[in-house]
Write a protein that binds this ligand. Sequence first.
Ligand SMILES: [Zn+2]
Length: 319
Amino acid sequence: MVKKFSAYLVVMILTLTMLVAGCGSGGKGASSSGSPDNGAPAEVQGPLTVKVLDVGQGDAILINTGAQVILIDTGDDKYREESRKNEENTQLFAALDKAGITHIDKLIMTHAHADHIGKAAKVIKKYGVTELIHNGIPSASGAFRNALKAAKDQGTKQVKVKAGDELDFGNGVTFEVLSPTKEIIAEDTKDLQADKKVNVNNESIVGILKLGQFSMLLTGDAEKEIEKELLAAYGDRLKCKIYKAPHHGSHTSSTKAYVERVQPEYAIISCGTNNSYGHPHKETMQLFKKLNIKVLETDKNGTVTVTTDGKAYSVKGER
Ligand SMILES: [Zn+2]
C-alpha cells in the first residue's frame, strides 16, 4: 500500500513539474495553427486576447482585455480584388459579430490609407466608439475625413497620440506608442499644407502591446526609414514575442536588422488571398524562415488569435 502510494506521488510530482515547466516557457512550443488536439498544449486563458482579423487585403486587429475592447484599424470598406471591386467588404462586421462585440472603447487608426480605415466611419456609427485615436496629421483622404465626421456626429472623443505616449487598455494591458514622433507629425502636416507628397505609411502608429512578460509589436504599414529610426531610438527595447509584420509582409518593411532586434517567436501577416501587391513578398518570408520565426497569415490561416495571461501565450489560426 505504502509502495503504491509513493509510486502515485512520484507520478503526481512528475506531472506537476511538467505542467509548471510548460507554463513557464513563455510561449515557446505553444500551439501555432491547427486544433488543440494535435498534441500542442491547451490554449492559454486570458485576460488578453488579440485577434488579427481576416478582412481580406488590409489590417484590423481586435484586442479584448476584459476591461476594454480596442480595435486597431478596420480593413477596407470595399473589396480590392478586380472581380469584386465595388462590392462592400463585410468581413469585419462578421468577425466583430462573431466575437460578440457590441461596443468599442478605443478605435485606433494607424494611418489614413483605406485598407486600414476604410470602414472606420461605419464602425463608429454601428458599434459606437468611446475614443477615436489617431496621429492628428490632417490627411485629405476620404476615409479619414469620413471617420472624423462620424466621430463628431456621434460625440466620440478624439485623442491624438505620438511617440512616448502610453495608452491604458485596462487589466494591466498597456500600449506604448513608439512612432510617429512629434517631428514626423510636424513635418508631414507642414508638407500636406504646402501640397507636398508625404509617405503616409511612415505616419503609422507603431507601438508595443504589453501584459506582464508578453509583448507584441504592432506596426501599421511603417517602412524601412521608420524601422531605422526605431532601432536607433529603442534598440533592445524592441524585443517582442510577437510581430505583426508591417505593410502586409511587404519588402518595403521588415529589414533584417529590425526583425533581428525584435527577435519575435511569431510573425503574423494580414493580407488578402491572391492580392495584386504580391503580399507577403518572398524576401520577407525568406527572412522569417532564416531567423526561425513561425509565420501565420490571415489569407491562409484566417483570423489569427493570440491569448495570454502575461506569462504563457498561445497563437492559433482559424484554419
Ligand atoms: Zn496597408
